[in-house]
Design a protein around this ligand. Structure first.
Ligand code: ADP
Ligand code: ZN
Ligand code: MG
Length: 527
């Protein structure tokens, strides 16, 4: 098989995502009062409604509708005042009702978009992005002064409910193949679920990953879901087709179901693009089918041939009245919108003089952004926030992020690093007490050994020469070598202090304690 890069020489990939998010932060299910709880004993959170017993009537969860409207507003959707629920009929034991309650042609949220900042690996994966000049646009991607921005349309976000969970016994790895029997847990049945559907506007697996990451940040910021891909509260189907470069029509797509990590989403799509290219180049055809990405075998396999909408006999749900949202309701939801990641990044860039890149990466994790703000608040009182913002951002984006990635699952606020320690560290650098390189070492020790930077610097002998006698000798020598400058200084040109400090530092190969140097120079020059 060709590599992705080789395939992209001839083919353009067209990708659309369907993203399901369980509204895990709600108290109760979508159409009944059963408690929402992950990991409870099987079938302990059920009732006639979510078990589909005859005659039971559903009642929509108002908080869930608030949540989906929040999601819509946060992704630039139009909130539809009038919409209704539909039945999507199918028979499978995971849904006792024999249908899923979902929405029809009009969803609560329609016609949104997100703009993706395409940089790093994503910029590299796009075909010949370098050819674009600043201000130029090709398809949905624009080159700005800062980088590349891809505009990704969102067709809709609709409300639906989750199915129960099947547990297959006796087969390999819990799979249905080879199982002797299956169990079903209806605790999850009726969990409020929102499904976002993008337009086919993504062009690379990296962009698909970026979209998911950005959407996850937004959902976390508005607090509608815990967005755990591992536990399945955030799931994604990747639809992908190929067309010859320059073509405008759409090819036949395949759908990769239930990608449960960013890496799987990326790798599954990348494989599928290469597989489709091979089939097409050998004169074959792509069948519209659902495929499963097997990360250990590194290939996709057919799950089933695509069912069509007709198979579901979609029709309006007779037990639920059409839904009308008032202007007041929509306004009240809008008022609850918190600062979104893009807005936060903009504010960081403006208030603290950071580059767009730094600001964007700082807000990727809420805990990191909050930590940064904690540092800045403390520094504002000392008045040195402006000059410390950039070094703090650097350490957070590079070193601290790498540490958190290596120790998966650790939250920043559960590490020994505190804003106070971060400030002590960058101030030590600002005062030339230690070098940038040493700061990285000290940071690693803070995280590993839970000690204050000052203590680590002392213990490891990183502390620069503070011995007054040794420094005094250097200061005397520097003053003796520059009688004219000493004259000027005493004549009022106090800005020369920096020059003297620099000369002393140079003479001590950067090892002199700048505080002591400053003090001694002051005494001798004034005295
Ligand atoms: P389906 O009827 O199979 O559910 P939809 O039209 O509802 O297909 O689209 C589902 C997702 O697939 C959307 O994200 C959409 O953007 C994407 N999609 C649709 N057609 C294509 C295509 N030819 N190639 C890639 N993605 C596509
Ligand atoms: Zn119930
Ligand atoms: Mg569809």
């Amino acid at each position: 098989m060709k590599t992705l890069e080789e395939v992209f020489e001839t083919w353009e990939a067209v990708i659309g995502l369907e993203v399901h998010a369980e509204l895990t932060t709600l108290q109760t299910k979508m159409f009944c009062g059963c408690k929402l709880e992950f990991g409870a004993a099987p079938n302990t959170h059920t009732c006639p409604v979510c078990l589909g017993l005859p005659g039971a009537l559903p009642v929509p969860n108002r908080a869930a509708i608030e949540s989906i409207c929040l999601a819509g507003l946060a992704t630039n959707c139009e909130i539809q005042k009038h919409s209704m629920f539909y039945r999507k009929n199918y028979m499978y034991p995971d849904m006792a009702k024999n249908f899923q309650t979902t929405q029809g042609p009009v969803a609560f949220c329609m016609h949104g978009h997100l703009d993706l900042d395409v940089d790093g690996a994503a910029a590299k994966e796009r075909y010949r992005l370098d050819d674009l000049k600043p201000g130029e646009q090709e398809g949905n991607i624009t080159r700005t002064d800062e980088g590349y921005v891809a505009h990704v349309g969102i067709e809709r976000i609709h409300m639906e409910e989750d199915a129960g969970k099947m547990v297959h016994i006796g087969g390999g790895e819990g799979r249905i193949a080879g199982a002797t029997h299956s169990l079903v847990d209806y605790n999850r049945a009726g969990t409020p679920l929102i499904e976002l559907v993008t337009l086919p506007d993504l062009r690379t697996p990296e962009e698909a990953r970026l979209f998911m990451q950005k959407l996850r940040q937004i959902y976390l910021a508005i607090g509608i879901s815990d967005c755990s891909m591992e536990e399945g509260s955030l799931r994604c189907d990747g639809n992908v087709s190929l067309r010859k470069r320059g073509a405008t029509g759409l090819g036949t797509k395949t759908e990769l179901k239930n990608m449960n990590s960013f890496k799987n989403l990326h790798d599954g799509l990348a494989y599928e693009i290469c597989r489709q290219a091979e089939v097409l180049e050998e004169g074959g055809v792509i069948y519209q089918e659902t495929r499963h990405w097997d990360p250990s075998a590194k290939r996709t396999i057919v799950m089933r041939v695509k069912e069509t909408a007709d198979d579901y006999r979609l029709f309006p749900e007779p037990d639920l009245a059409p839904y009308d949202l008032s202007d007041e309701f929509i306004a009240s939801v809008r008022a609850k919108l918190p600062e979104l990641p893009d807005q936060k990044a903009q504010r960081f860039a403006q208030s603290y003089g950071l580059s767009a890149y730094d600001a964007r990466h700082l807000v990727e994790h809420r805990a990191t952004a909050a930590f940064f703000e904690g540092c800045m608040d403390d520094a504002a009182q000392a008045g040195d926030g402006e000059k410390l913002a950039k070094p703090i951002a650097n350490l957070l984006i590079n070193d601290v992020t790498a540490y958190l990635n290596e120790n998966e699952g650790i939250q920043l606020d559960a590490t020994p690093l505190t804003p106070e320690r971060m400030l002590a560290l960058v101030r030590a650098v600002a005062e030339d007490a230690i070098s940038n390189k040493q700061a990285k070492e000290v940071l690693a020790v803070v995280l590993a050994e839970d000690k204050d930077p000052e203590v680590i610097i002392e213990e490891r002998g990183m502390k620069q020469v503070s011995d007054t006698g040794a420094i005094e000798a250097v200061v005397d020598a520097v003053l003796a070598e520059n009688p004219d400058k000493v004259e000027q200084y005493r004549g009022g040109k106090t800005g020369l202090m920096g020059f003297f400090v620099g000369q002393c530092m140079k003479a001590m190969q950067g090892q002199g304690n700048p505080k002591v140097i400053n003090e001694l120079l002051g005494q001798k020059l004034e005295g």
